[in-house]
Design a protein around this ligand. Sequence first.
Ligand code: CA
Length: 225
Amino acid sequence: MRVLVVEDEQDMAASLAWGLEAEGYVVDVAADGVEGLWKAQETNPDVIILDVMLPGMDGYELCRTLREQGHWAPVLMLSAMDEDLDHAEGLDSGADDYLVKPFSYPVLLAHLRSLARRGFGARPAVLEAAGLVLDPAGRTVTCGGRQLDLSSREVAVLEHLLRHKGHVASKTELLQHCWDALYDGSPSVVEVHVHRLRRKIEAGGGPQVIETVRGEGYIIREEQR
Ligand code: CA
């Protein structure tokens, strides 16, 4: 999952990025509204965490502009307790959820997971395919009730494919959503991880769920045979 954090308070932005990366998210940070808008257009995030009071362009305006341009990533707005967060204006601008600072980290994570579910239409709390179950909250994957020993990157790749069932994900797309923004290596690293992921799933008695679409990428199909 790729998260864009738009926050002008450096300490807040850094601690959010650090914490989210530790949870296995890919994080981009923007320090003002204009940079935030540009990064939202460029990085195609799965969720945007958006501070309301920003230099350049405030959170409301940024959100409204994104929606006008047809960007529909779920937006979680942050405001300080002493700021008068105008929920009506936020809703009109197209935000999906709110959090008032200071907030606890577990609460932020819960909001993000809930938004990620909403972002791709109605989705269950756990992601499933043919007996393979991924729990985004615990970052665990089980197969027939047995837990698989997967790296956080392998979980991220599997999560992306499960969240977009029926859609062929290219290696570039997987790199964008599962590797951090600074990674500039070859897309063949995706092949290596998918290969390892398949081996671990099948060694755990799991199904062959990840299909290769030659020259295009990988897919987990909606209906498993
Ligand atoms: Ca601010």
